[in-house]
Ligand binder design. Structure first.
Ligand SMILES: *[C@@H]1O[C@H](CO)[C@@H](O)[C@H](O)[C@H]1NC(C)=O
Length: 303
């Protein structure tokens, strides 16, 4: 029944997942990005994702991101990509930016703000942004990135709940993804303390990068530092996959080579049906869709 097969293929093609990634790129400076093997690998990592939140970007002049974006846009036809950077954030002379790199033909930034951290709870307060999604089910999604300071992981992760409340009230949205290098494991946060977090005890938050995952490059460490937490029924309903991306293995890099890029893996979620008109087919609709070709093939065999 070639008709049926072709028709089903037509239905499923185009249902390309929308991939959102978070990557602690470990002190991303211009000097680092300017090294060719580093730049090549970063470009390959970014080109897999529709949106990446880069963390630990130490780039006051924005020249590192400029170079990275230029190479990314030359890389293949997956782009063009655009970026949105936070200001430098930090309490001392050491400051970092959050930088969103996004595929501008699939998604756009609608609004953004740096969380107003009146009580100075965060070393690097979240840089919240709302992006469009190519989905009828969920036309936009809020991202809340956080790179915690190892000194106050528990305090910052509990304060992250306040950021969620702030953004959901401000924009009247409940579909939110909290993501980044939370340092939420090993020496920085015990398993017991993780279970006590507000974001664990409150209903409705789905930790899709689970305890026990390894988001670190070194073979000698096994820690789930980097996390993705989903909130909202529509957002959670679209979840197709969540994983740490083992880039050394995928790109055939030794541990030593990989550590020149970062000591973290990127973490990522794939949202399904992020394409207009790709509603899930009910069994009845599927039957109605294939009936004509079944009928035609019956005619064919009868003749
Ligand atoms: C890591 O980067 C340094 C500095 O550029 C370089 O000298 C070294 O060869 C790199 N190591 C690997 C394994 O690629």
């Amino acid at each position: 029944m070639p008709h049926t097969v072709a028709f089903l293929l037509l239905l499923t093609s185009g249902a390309e997942a929308f991939r959102i990634c978070a990557f602690n790129a470990q002190r991303l400076t211009l000097a680092k990005v300017a090294r060719e093997p580093v730049l090549d690998t970063l470009v390959q990592i970014l080109a897999r994702c529709d949106i990446t939140v880069l963390q630990e970007v130490v780039d006051s002049s924005s020249s590192a991101i400029f170079l990275l974006l230029r190479e990314l846009n030359r890389h293949d036809n997956s782009g063009p990509y655009d970026s949105l950077s936070s200001p430098l954030l930090g309490r001392s002379t050491y400051m970092e930016k959050y930088v969103y790199i996004y595929r501008s033909k699939r998604t756009q930034v609608l609004e953004s703000y740096v969380y107003n951290d009146q009580d100075d709870l965060f070393a690097r307060e979240p840089f919240v942004a709302r992006f469009t999604l190519p989905s009828k089910v969920l036309p936009s999604l809020v991202l809340v990135p956080l790179h915690t300071t190892p000194k106050a992981v528990e305090k910052e992760l509990n304060a992250l709940y306040q950021v969620f409340v702030d953004v959901s009230q401000r924009w009247h949205r409940e579909d939110v993804i909290l993501l980044g290098d939370f340092n939420a494991d090993c020496a920085f946060l015990t398993k017991k303390r993780i279970r006590e977090l507000v974001l664990r005890k409150q209903a409705g938050f789905h930790w899709v990068i689970a305890d026990g995952e390894d988001t670190t490059v070194r073979a000698s460490t096994h820690c789930a530092y980097d996390r993705i937490v989903l909130h909202g029924e529509r957002c959670s309903g679209l979840l197709r996959a969540a994983t740490a991306f083992n880039f050394p293995e995928s790109f055939g890099l030794s541990e030593e080579q990989a550590l020149n890029i970062s000591d973290h893996y990127p973490v990522e979620v794939e949202l399904s049906q992020a394409v207009p008109g790709n509603q899930p087919l009910s069994p009845l609709a599927l039957l109605l869709a294939v009936l004509p070709s079944l009928w035609l093939s019956q005619l064919g065999s009868a003749a």
